[in-house]
Ligand binder design. Structure first.
Ligand code: CU
Length: 415
């Protein structure tokens, strides 16, 4: 490659690295809106406490429902794991349950499934970290739930993560085998580097591609001194050292660890959690979205099929929860940045047997910060979960989907 071009590229790369501002989000805004609102709904999420010292626990609880509206363009959900979404290995995962069952690894999931999770994390690195629960779905990727800032303060006691093995021996998992893994990988790296440096700097293989490209595949190019018998000798030495490294590794593993076990997989099918006693039948009659004011208006026809009056107390869209009532009600619904107000018109409960046309108005910055509503997509849908409650306190989750018509784009508003 032209040296000047290479220099420019290097300078640009360095500038990008040095000048990049601290990144806070987890890329949730980057995902297409359908990937968030049509796939899952996270609700009742809690991350607490939000201030700890290194080594102390943070508990993440909540529920995620895989929606019946799962897009057919995505692989159907089959296997998933609930994971902490944090910036790098700044916490360790100590304990995790799904629907009250220990979930060491992944578990089987299905459309419509409801998964209550609990994760206990231990603070490992001091700092301010944004902690989200996420659902890593095989074939789709990680769908992120609402997050909360957690401050991890330095501690006088050193971070420890002891684990007792089947043999009864207790090891420190944070450092176990760390030195060996490092030096062993480094030995392999050195061999690779020796090979690369040999062919790049002393030969015309890479620096003179125009010449070497002219040669047929199995031509050593002896007349231009490209590959000599001496090179063959050194490459045989490198290959020999690689085989030796492998032999040493195998012998070391067999003699030092006579009892070995394959890595264990424990996939569970979590116990079924119902969407609740049937209280309501809901049908959407379209929605509009005003980007300039971040306002979603959804028309829903609700029929009360329960024996007592019902009310709508939550609308969950992707990682966001919208709640009727004031700040106090909102604070109970999840991490602050992902909870917004919900206005239901007409107000008041729906009597048994009554069918009411409701207008749900949600004005919230979350729509644009998390990019939840499609604005320019071939399929303009928004899906969400409506939660109804009757006077006895029974609740039902109803998944709805509505076509969204954008009424005003932000670019139309000129300052
Ligand atoms: Cu985040």
């Amino acid at each position: 490659m032209d040296r000047r071009l290479l220099t420019i590229l290097m300078v640009l790369a360095l500038t990008a690295i040095v000048s990049a501002p601290k990144v806070f989000a987890h890329g949730e805004a980057g995902d297409e809106p359908f990937l968030k609102n049509m796939t899952t709904a996270f609700y009742d999420v809690s991350v607490s406490p939000t201030e700890i010292e290194v080594g102390q626990p943070v508990t993440v609880t909540g529920t995620v429902k895989i929606l019946e509206t799962w897009p057919h363009t995505l692989t159907p959900p089959e296997i998933a794991a609930i994971v902490p979404v944090v910036p790098g290995p700044v916490f360790v995962l100590k304990d995790r349950t799904i629907n009250d069952q220990p979930a060491i690894g992944s578990f089987f999931v299905e459309k419509g499934g409801i998964y209550q999770f609990k994760m206990v994390l231990l603070g490992k690195e001091p700092g301010q970290w944004h902690v989200h629960p996420g659902m890593a779905i095989s074939g789709t990727g990680t769908l992120v739930g609402p997050g909360e800032w957690v401050t991890v303060k330095p501690s006088a006691t050193k971070f420890a993560f002891p684990v007792t093995l089947l043999s009864g021996e207790t090891i420190e998992l944070n450092t176990y085998g760390g030195q060996f893994v490092w030096w062993w990988s480094f030995a392999g790296f050195l061999l690779g580097m020796a090979w690369m440096v040999y062919w790049t700097f002393t030969k015309r293989t890479v620096t003179n591609l125009a010449v070497t490209m002219q040669l047929p595949v199995n031509d050593d190019g002896p007349d231009i001194g490209l590959i000599t018998p001496r090179d063959h000798m050194w490459m045989n030495v490198l290959a020999g050292l690689t085989v030796l490294l492998l032999l040493v590794g195998w012998t070391y593993a067999t003699t030092s660890y006579p009892v070995r076990w394959p890595q264990q997989t424990d996939w569970i099918t979590p116990r079924f959690i119902s969407s609740g006693e049937t209280l309501a039948e809901a049908r959407t009659n379209g929605a509009t979205y005003d980007e300039a004011t971040d306002t979603l208006v959804m028309k829903v026809q609700v029929k009360n099929v329960a024996g007592s009056a019902i009310t709508l107390n939550r609308v969950v869209i992707g990682m966001a929860t919208f709640v009727p009532g004031g700040a106090e009600e909102q604070a109970k619904a999840g991490p602050r940045e992902y909870v917004g107000p919900l206005e239901v018109e007409p107000k008041g409960p729906i009597a048994p047997g009554e069918t009411k046309d409701l207008t749900l108005t949600i004005s919230s910055m979350i729509f644009s910060t998390a990019r939840l509503i499609p604005l320019n997509d071939p399929q303009q849908f928004v899906a969400g979960v409506l939660r109804f409650e009757n006077t006895q306190g029974s609740q039902q989750l109803v998944t709805v989907r509505a076509g969204v018509v954008p009424t005003q784009f932000r670019s139309q508003i000129r300052p």
